[in-house]
Design a binder for this molecule. Structure first.
Ligand SMILES: NC(=O)C1=CN([C@@H]2O[C@H](COP(=O)(O)OP(=O)(O)OC[C@H]3O[C@@H](n4cnc5c(N)ncnc54)[C@H](O)[C@@H]3O)[C@@H](O)[C@H]2O)C=CC1
Ligand SMILES: O=C([O-])CC(=O)C(=O)O
Length: 337
């Protein structure tokens, strides 16, 4: 392996913030970022890790840092640990906002708003003050669409396009179900997207999806789509909590890697699902942080794919998930002033 320090074509170091770095998702995320999985094999990274200001969180983060050190990652130039959001977001170019409370059995993600909303208010303010002006913010902490909306509203000096929420896990879950059902490889599936909220109301849409060049709707029947695929994908988070006793972590970290990697580097013309502030497309109220089909065009840019046909049943599902998002966003109005 070439040592990056001697690599003639090394890119500038990227500053990356991870909040909740000592948590379950953090533990699965840090090592992959440090290994080059997001920014590539020629890009060194500086990790800026935020945790809560209590002895247990600080001790746990210290242990994680010992392991990062022991991994001797060639691309890892520096690790900063802090309990101060202003320091964690200092000149950050890519921020993974994970740190927040996860739900337990029987809870909806929106039940977390009271506990988690204020975190994203203060972190939005801190991003506004110290982050790089082109920072890419990925909100993972639930309910992620509305938390991203809160952070965005508390960072008025940053473009709304700096903010996104994670629906790539829903996208990946949908792809995996289709691959298993049809016996085709994951990489043969394209054109899938998940509209709306990262909640049970999400709308995983296969109407323009192809599998090895064949329309997905010709390979799976409507009953399977309605009775198995939709509930399985939309309730997968709860199924994992039931099975593991805690929420998904490795698959969530993997989806966060996919989301940020594509946003940073481009998605090679492929449609990917990102929850981003609406520009009014598809009748989604402007500013609502909603899952859309996006193409990442490289250089940290993305576009919402426009003018795709939506079936009548799809429109009803989209309207329902939009209505839920409007309601959630309305409940946090006081955190967005
Ligand atoms: N969008 C998505 O697809 C998914 C979202 N999630 C969400 O991600 C979040 C994190 O999940 P886990 O890592 O499993 O939880 P966890 O409880 O294992 O870890 C959370 C970490 O965040 C820290 N933390 C809490 N408040 C903080 C603050 N204000 N500043 C900095 N750090 C703080 C905690 O000390 C803890 O170390 C949850 O809200 C969960 O629901 C989880 C899976 C998928
Ligand atoms: O379900 C949860 O609470 C965690 C999550 O967002 C997911 O796994 O999709």
């Amino acid at each position: 392996m070439t040592c990056p320090a001697n690599h003639p074509k090394l890119n500038p170091t990227v500053r990356v913030t991870i909040t909740g770095a000592a948590g379950n998702i953090g533990y699965a995320l840090l090592f992959r970022i440090a290994s080059g999985a997001v920014f590539g094999p020629n890009t060194p990274v500086q990790l800026q890790l935020l945790e809560r200001d209590n002895e247990q969180s600080k001790a746990s983060l210290n242990g994680v840092c010992m392991e990062l050190f022991d991994s001797a990652f060639p691309l890892l130039t520096r690790v900063i640990t802090t309990t101060d959001p202003l320091e964690a977001f200092e000149k950050t170019q890519a921020a993974f906002l994970v740190g927040s409370m996860p739900r337990g059995p029987g809870m909806a993600r929106s039940d977390l708003l009271l506990a988690n909303g204020p975190i994203f208010q203060s972190q939005g303010e801190a991003l506004d003050q110290t982050a790089d002006r082109n920072v890419k913010v990925l909100v993972v902490g639930n309910p992620c669409n509305t938390n991203a909306y809160i952070a965005m509203h508390n960072a008025p000096s940053l473009s709304p396009k700096c903010f996104s929420a994670m629906m790539r896990l829903d996208h990946n879950r949908a792809v995996a179900q289709l691959a298993q059902k049809t016996g085709k490889p994951v990489c043969s599936i394209s054109g899938l997207k998940v509209w709306g909220n990262h909640s049970n109301s999400m709308y995983p849409d296969i109407s323009q999806c192809t599998i090895a060049g064949v329309k997905a709707t010709e390979l799976v029947d409507e009953a399977w789509y309605n009775d198995y695929f939709l509930p399985t994908v939309s309730k997968r988070g709860s199924a994992i909590i039931k099975a593991r006793g805690k929420s998904s972590a490795a698959s969530a970290a993997s989806a966060a890697i996919d989301h940020m990697r594509d946003w940073w580097n481009g998605s090679n013309g492929r449609i990917v699902t990102m929850a981003v502030p609406s520009d009014g497309s598809y009748g989604v109220p402007e500013g609502l942080v909603c899952g859309f089909p996006c193409i990442c065009t490289g250089g940290g840019e993305y576009e919402i794919v426009k003018d795709l046909p939506i079936t009548a049943s799809g429109r009803a599902r989209l309207d329902a998930t939009i209505a839920e998002l409007v309601k959630e966003h309305d409940t946090v109005a006081q955190l967005c002033e």
